[in-house]
Design a protein around this ligand. Sequence first.
Ligand code: ISC
Length: 406
Amino acid sequence: MTQASAALKGRATGAEFQNFTLQQIIGAAIAQRLAVAAWRLPNSSDINICISFSSDYRTGQPHLEESPFGFLFCPFHESEREANLFIKADLYYSTAKGRLQVAEDAPVYALEQYYNALAKQKSKPATQWHTLEDLEHQLSSPELFTEAVARAVEAIRAEKMEKVVLSRNHTQELPEAFELVSAFQALQEAYSCAFVSLVSVPEVGTWMGASPEILVSIDQNQLFKTVALAGTQPAAEGASTANAIWRQKEIEEQAMVERYILSCFKKLRLRDYSEVGPRTIVAGNLLHLRTDFKVDLKEVDFPTLGSDMLQLLHPTSAVCGLPKAPALQFILCNEGYDRSYYSGFLGPVNSADGTHIYVNLRCMQLLTDTAILYAGAGITAESDPQNELQETQHKMQTIAHILQQF
Ligand SMILES: C=C(O[C@H]1C=CC=C(C(=O)O)[C@@H]1O)C(=O)O
């Protein structure tokens, strides 16, 4: 390390950084055209931010075990337009620590520029965000959705597949008083059990969400977790989850996701896992059925389980369908729009809390004056297009509720 960089890195951990707000830290990154991710794990009050000084965030299939600390952001379906991205934590901030930390290999020049931008944010806290305006290919409609559902029911009845998850999006104006970081904070206050995230990347855009679904997580105690989440009904005010009644359709829909996870364990010849559920869980305004799977990596010698399961699981039958190949083909040919990063996966890799990758659900993409809200629903032989449309409306409420607060 040069003297200059040692000095900067020393400064970066000093008390003078304790007084910067989330707005200023995120605002300075965006002003510098840097990629930034902020997140809050379920049932935690600690907000984390990582900022990358690199402009090359594209990555291939994630290898979690060898990765430096950073934030993974991957689309539903990798393509030339939408790649897997990794925002390396050159700079890291957590509200628990209350200070910025600099990665050993962070470039000094970029660090200096960031600090200059941060100093300017003191008097200019309004936060902008990275946007992507060419979205023609990315817009859907209720009609496109219900027509695709009707075609899916036909295909399922003809035994071309068992289940497919179809989705749509909805564009709405941003309220005039909308503020990026306040929206993120409102989201994390409203949904304490969700994984709450904000990702803003130049030339990719800005996404914010409150996901109820773990894809792959490995905590500090080497405990691997994944879940089978499916089946949806509105949560009645004050009603207990113990009294929730599920129809055969939802029970089967969730059982398919469970079966899929078990088939992945089987492929890896993994037998030592625990399975609890399905149980009813609350996710914002909705109830779902969830089965929890755990593997204790201190007892099972499987160092690459995280990466192997990530590769096998995505896209799970909670966002794609069963069998995977025909369901994916059906989605790509019939949904009529590009899901982009909705129903992809995202989360911190090798942070002090471990690796926590979630499915990008209950999310929106932010444009300059509008937000695009995304939601999908599992389609089986019993599905009714209008009911499924209504289910997507309920799911969009999770995020729409935050916009209504401005
Ligand atoms: C695809 C979504 O939810 C999935 C997760 C839970 C329940 C689901 C369902 O009931 O269809 C979906 O599989 C979404 O929120 O956009």
